[in-house]
Ligand binder design. Structure first.
Ligand SMILES: NC(=O)c1ccc[n+]([C@@H]2O[C@H](COP(=O)([O-])OP(=O)(O)OC[C@H]3O[C@@H](n4cnc5c(N)ncnc54)[C@H](OP(=O)(O)O)[C@@H]3O)[C@@H](O)[C@H]2O)c1
Length: 267
């Protein structure tokens, strides 16, 4: 990773910040991103304790202008781009019957279009460096799950987007990676969108079984170093990815049986 330049969208906190920490520790130069400038400043100064090679660019990546400016900033600052991690994402809660259509629009816009736009502007530079384009998906992107329809749809859409690019760029040397992340520790006050569109603050997960941000970040780094397509995290994720294409009815049956437990866990 020495000297490689990485843009990580949505990296002022949570998993994105963890990935930035991991990249900096392994010698990369990092551009952080988020919409809240104060939070970005605090994250930048925290990460400068690891390396001085970290800057931030404040913008909303769901805007074409913001996404373009973010990639341009990386090129102006470091002259090249080796890695784009599309990490921005928001989840939703609620059954389809209760969902306002607007919830689907917001989640798709954030998780899908918020990955599409930076990717479009980054690809020409990633081709020059034969770099890596990584999407942070979720085990909820392997199959549709109850109470998470907008989120599952948005993460599944990333799979086909990644597959198309892999084929289109198969001769250019660009690596495309997709990470199915399992339930992970969250930072204080992480918000999700409820069925009526209002924000809900997710429960603290420190007492629950959840992967650490540091574990997830290390796996993202490994995916890039080994130039793998899919990395699936968590036991449930690996089991689901194995069974879903082979025995989808069994998976559905198991989910229906454990849906109460599942809803408790993803609160
Ligand atoms: N945590 C989990 O259990 C889990 C499990 C599976 C997958 N994932 C995936 O992992 C990724 C990160 O999740 P997380 O839990 O770390 O989320 P998080 O704590 O809510 O952090 C999200 C980050 O993205 C930024 N952000 C959000 N929307 C943005 C936008 N439109 N433009 C620019 N920045 C934006 C936020 O900063 P601002 O609000 O200041 O913009 C923040 O830095 C997501 O794609 C999520 O779906 C998470």
């Amino acid at each position: 990773m020495n000297g490689k330049v990485a843009v990580i969208t949505g990296s002022s906190r949570g998993i994105g910040k963890g990935i930035a920490r991991e990249f900096l520790a392994s010698g990369a130069k990092v551009i952080l991103n988020g919409r809240n400038e104060e939070r970005l400043q605090a994250t930048e100064s925290d990460l400068k304790k690891i390396s001085s090679q970290v800057h931030y660019f404040c913008c909303d990546v769901t805007s074409s202008e913001g996404a373009k400016q973010l990639i341009d900033f990386a090129i102006q600052t470091y002259g090249r781009l080796d890695i784009l991690v599309n990490n921005v994402g928001v989840s939703s809660r609620g059954n389809v019957v209760d969902c306002e259509p607007e919830v689907f629009e917001r989640v798709m816009n954030s998780n899908f279009m918020g990955s599409v736009k930076p990717t479009i502007y980054a690809l020409e530079y990633l081709k020059e460096t034969k770099g890596s384009l990584v999407f942070i998906s979720s085990v909820a992107g392997i199959r549709g799950l109850p109470g998470l329809a907008p989120y599952c749809a948005s993460k599944m859409a990333l799979r086909s987007f990644a597959e198309s690019i892999r084929i289109e760029e198969s001769s250019s040397g660009v690596h495309v990676g997709l990470i199915y992340v399992g339930i992970t520790q969250i930072e204080h006050n992480k918000e999700s969108i409820s069925a009526d569109g209002s924000p809900i603050v997710l429960d603290d997960r420190s007492g629950k079984k959840a992967q650490s941000i540091s574990y997830v970040s290390k796996k993202v780094l490994q995916n890039i170093q080994r130039r793998r397509f899919i990395t699936t995290l968590s036991f449930v994720g690996v089991l689901n990815a194995f069974l879903q294409p082979r025995l989808p009815m069994l998976v559905e049956h198991l989910i229906i049986r454990s849906s109460k437990k599942f809803k408790e866990k993803s609160k």
